[in-house]
Design a protein around this ligand. Structure first.
Ligand SMILES: [Zn+2]
Length: 251
């Protein structure tokens, strides 16, 4: 199994990172550590150095929480383009940002990250909350690979995205959201990825507020049930897709 988006470099995991990684290694093939801020990116690079061939980083800039300085992150990406497997998360967020001029600013920054991803030949990991179609319009003819992380747009848009050859990443939200369930039913298996967005989206918040990479197994079981497929088949397809789109060299 491969979780394609876990924020393992959030402070939430500082205390027991060792145990968490040990369990990931027992149960999983690889973990892609997603980032959205400069410091988080630096930490993810370090973690991937220590866990070469198992932890793979993507560096990005959150549209509303990325901070003041996207250039600093762009430079970090350029300097580490051989180590990272994607650019993200980057994108647009119209859920938290309703101000039109600030949305335009998000768009301007996102377009620079799209160019950067194209230059270094890495896929984009896109954050698109309430701006799914806007993001799709910006990348569809950009000449880059794209993964729609934590996608929660419509089934119709999911169809367009996958027909265009991009990937939809289904999060552990599939365990509690009707919408995501409906959508995950008809995504072609060769365009589907799995993620937890850890520490967010815990499947059992009362017991443990944190999410963990191995919980994609629960998502796969739910998706298998919805599609009348086997868990193994869902996990195998999602893993192959992840290796393909991110060019993972697992050791
Ligand atoms: Zn994220």
């Amino acid at each position: 199994m491969i979780d394609i988006h876990a924020h393992l470099c959030f402070g939430d995991y500082d205390k027991d990172m060792h145990e968490i990684l040990a369990r990931c290694r027992r149960e999983m093939s690889a973990v892609i550590v997603g980032t959205a801020r400069y410091d988080e990116g630096v930490k993810a690079l370090e973690l991937s150095r220590k866990n070469h061939g198992f932890v793979f980083p993507t560096l990005g800039y959150h549209p509303t929480e990325g901070g003041e300085n996207p250039e600093k992150i762009m430079n970090l990406i350029k300097a580490n383009s051989d180590r990272i497997v994607g650019v993200g998360e980057v994108g647009l967020d119209h859920h938290w940002e309703k101000d039109v001029s600030k949305q335009a600013k998000q768009q301007e920054i996102f377009s620079r990250f799209i160019e950067l991803a194209k230059t270094i030949g890495k896929p984009l990991v896109i954050h698109s909350w309430d701006a799914e179609n806007e993001c799709f319009q910006m990348v569809k003819d950009a000449g880059v690979e794209a993964v729609f992380h934590c996608f929660s747009g419509s089934r119709e848009l999911a169809k367009e995205i996958t027909e265009r050859g991009f990937y939809i990443s289904v999060s552990t939200m599939v365990l509690f959201s009707k919408n995501i369930r409906k959508m995950s039913k008809d995504i072609p298996l060769d365009r589907m990825l799995l993620e937890t967005d850890s520490p967010f989206l815990s499947p059992n918040k009362e017991q443990d507020p944190r999410n963990y990479p191995w919980n994609i197994k629960l998502s796969a079981a739910k998706i298998a049930e919805l599609r009348g497929d086997s868990v193994e088949n869902i996990l195998r397809a999602a893993k192959e897709n992840a290796i393909g789109v991110f060019g993972l060299k697992i050791t």
